[in-house]
Design a protein around this ligand. Structure first.
Ligand SMILES: NC(=O)c1ccc[n+]([C@@H]2O[C@H](COP(=O)([O-])OP(=O)(O)OC[C@H]3O[C@@H](n4cnc5c(N)ncnc54)[C@H](OP(=O)(O)O)[C@@H]3O)[C@@H](O)[C@H]2O)c1
Length: 398
């Protein structure tokens, strides 16, 4: 049993010829591309490890919070009733976790969701397809792979006249099979440029708007992942996240006069995604250290569970995408539906019992939330400070 999780990555493999093998120890799902070499990230396969094993690996759970339906604040700090709906911006709300969270919040009738998406039409269709009623959402264009677009989005949002009560940095790209780096408009490697730098600029600019909110609960949430945490089995599947001394990031991540990887190493698409998630979790904590006391804003991150059906895995080969969901459902038992994951993130946005700042939330197999522990690197305060400073320079804030 103790070995169960460690052999999970080997449990299904696809050879180059396309034949399916089960329970072959030295192969992996990503072995479909590099036999015997776990080159890419399939670590979500490991997420279904039994609760007991998980507790052993993650260390003690610091607090356990019963899950309740998302709630909304009814009183402003001065004691006056806040009758208006809350306004929440969710990036990447056109699919997967973001869409499910938009739906969960909009369905309460207490939130207006600003769906911050790069594909306007897709977002509109997605909102309609899940039945979000028109008065509960607005689509606004945002392409996180362009800093100009981020600034334009902030301008458009401000011109809408809406106050901002919660910001959810959810969008992400994951390019596990990429052989060569691709780049954002400003020339940053795409995964880190989009998932981290785009969100960094967005959240830095919108911090002022959040500060002005008269809502009792003001929240800034940056979605993290278990795959960036090397204190978990999943986070130990190569290539592991590692920001090193940030020399690649400091050099501009442009693949020309600097590496396209944060640590200055060779490009690896799966690692770039994991690194970006470490950046997300470090950024949340640095926000907490710098601004929580002064602003009262709750800064949070989370791992919502393995949502094996989302578009995040779109760059994987088709057979992976077919096998991954049933593998998670029936073998690892780590599967979480988009609907359930959306409810979890909605709790982090609005549940009064999840108001503590600086927390990385997770859920146990009874769907109860708890404060999880981050890996050493993902909780390294000195690295978070350096990441903040380097990122400020790259996005033009310093
Ligand atoms: N799926 C999982 O098992 C899992 C596990 C842990 C954490 N997460 C995290 O959950 C979050 C959501 O992922 P997901 O699984 O829901 O994947 P998803 O369905 O692919 O959603 C990603 C969203 O990001 C958007 N996006 C990508 N690039 C963008 C850009 N340049 N500008 C604006 N939006 C952009 C996508 O827009 P388009 O619709 O236009 O492509 C899409 O709406 C991510 O932060 C991911 O790291 C997921």
């Amino acid at each position: 049993m103790a070995l169960q999780a460690s052999i999970l990555p080997s449990a299904i493999s696809v050879h180059k010829e396309g034949k399916l093998n089960c329970l072959i120890k030295d192969c992996s799902i990503n072995g479909a591309f590099v036999s015997k070499s776990v080159k890419s990230d399939f670590s979500p396969l490991l997420i279904g490890t039994k609760e007991l094993k998980r507790k052993q690996l993650l260390g003690p759970i610091r607090a356990q919070t019963a899950t309740v339906a998302p709630s909304v604040n009814e009183a402003a700090p001065d004691g006056k009733k806040t009758l208006r709906k809350g306004n929440v911006i969710i990036t990447g709300a056109s699919s997967g976790l973001g869409l499910a969270t938009a739906k969960a919040l909009a369905d309460t009738g207490k939130w207006h969701v600003i769906m911050a998406c790069r594909n306007f039409l897709k977002a509109e269709k997605a909102a309609k397809s899940v039945g979000i009623t028109k008065e509960n959402y607005t689509v606004m264009h945002l392409d996180l792979s362009s800093l100009d677009s981020v600034r334009q989005f902030v301008d458009t949002f401000r011109r809408s006249g809406r106050p901002l009560d919660a910001l959810v940095c959810n969008a992400a790209v994951y390019l596990p099979t990429a052989k060569e780096p691709t780049y954002t408009a400003e020339g940053f490697e795409l995964s880190v440029g989009t998932n981290h730098l785009g969100h960094f600029l967005l959240s830095r600019l919108l911090l002022d708007d959040l500060k002005k909110s008269d809502y009792e609960q003001k929240r800034l949430i940056i979605v993290g992942s278990i795959t960036g945490n090397t204190n978990t089995l999943a986070g130990n599947v190569p290539p592991k996240a590692n920001l090193g001394d940030l020399r690649g990031l400091a050099g501009g991540l442009n693949g020309l006069n600097s590496s396209a990887m944060i640590d200055g190493g060779e490009f690896d698409g799966a690692k770039a995604y994991k690194d970006s998630k470490v950046c997300n979790m470090l950024t949340m904590q640095e926000f907490h250290r710098r601004f929580h006391d002064e602003s009262g804003i709750t800064f949070s991150s989370l791992y919502p569970g393995c949502i094996a059906t989302t578009g995040l895995f779109r760059e994987h080969i088709p057979l992976f995408r077919i096998l991954f969901p049933p593998f998670q459902k029936y073998i690892t038992k780590g599967y979480v539906s988009e609907e359930e994951a959306g409810k979890r993130l909605a709790q982090v946005v609005s549940d009064l019992s999840l108001a503590k700042s600086g927390v990385y939330w997770s859920w146990n197999n009874k769907s109860a939330s708890f404060e999880n522990q981050l890996s050493q690197e993902a909780s390294d305060a000195e690295k978070a400070r350096k990441l903040w400073e380097v990122s400020e320079k790259l996005v033009g804030l310093a």
